[in-house]
Write a protein that binds this ligand. Sequence first.
Ligand SMILES: N[C@@H](CCC(=O)N[C@@H](CS)C(=O)NCC(=O)O)C(=O)O
Length: 276
Amino acid sequence: MPIIEPGRGDLKQLKGLHLWHGGMSNCSQRCRITLSELGLDYVSHLVNLQAAEHATEEYHQIHPDGVVPALIHDGTLVINSVDIIAYLDATFGDGSLRPHHLESEIAAALERADGAQLALKYCTFEFLFQHGPRPSDETFQKLMNGLHSEWLKEFHREYRAGFSRERIHDMVARAHDDFLRCEQVFEDGRKWMAGEQFSLADIAWMPNFHRFEVLRWPLDRYPRLSGWFAIASQRPSYGEALEGWEPKPLFDVALPILDERRASGDGIDNYGPLAG
Ligand SMILES: N[C@@H](CCC(=O)N[C@@H](CS)C(=O)NCC(=O)O)C(=O)O
């Protein structure tokens, strides 16, 4: 559970729950869903990633990798979304979202969700963000000058230059594998991702499934997973912590372009194993 030392002493004086998060960030969505499921109030520190608000020294003192989310609880700093949701449940939920008898299933689902981040990130930038407003030169320079992570800087350079088709084929193949593995866990007839009870495993995957639905992924290829999501997305936490924070203006601009692109034979389902 990455509990780390804050870069600034005064952060240790913060009382209560503080979440640094992005409206559209799926890692942040997980944390907000958990907060909502546990009925917890928190101080919201919204970080505008499109404006590169994370690429500052001030933010790196909170999260050394310059990414969201980050949580401070009474001076304790926790990073990495799957660790944040585990911390919240252990501290405030008494493990109600991580029942002992489902531990191995939950741990595996959290690990899969963590590993699924790379493909989700590439697909989101390729099929959604690039059809919205592009980052200005100034914002790009802010990312290059302000981010500490060489990997993240390289990612933004690659995005600006345009991802290669090979890259997208590879990322779609990875995401497809992730979904197939999730689909398999439902083969024993279980209702929820880890078994008969709603848990952190469901919370970790709800934002991912939703994201690929937005990207027009043909999710009906995973019928059990689709059935699970139809039920999971009815939870009040889903509307409140996920849909309620989505950037409608971006969707209004980008999704019609994505639909045209798809109609011309260049949708997400024209890549990797989804094609043909
Ligand atoms: N493993 C981390 C990943 C965090 C991450 O990649 N966050 C994204 C948003 S979901 C971010 O801040 N990206 C900044 C960027 O792309 O510049 C977690 O689960 O918290």
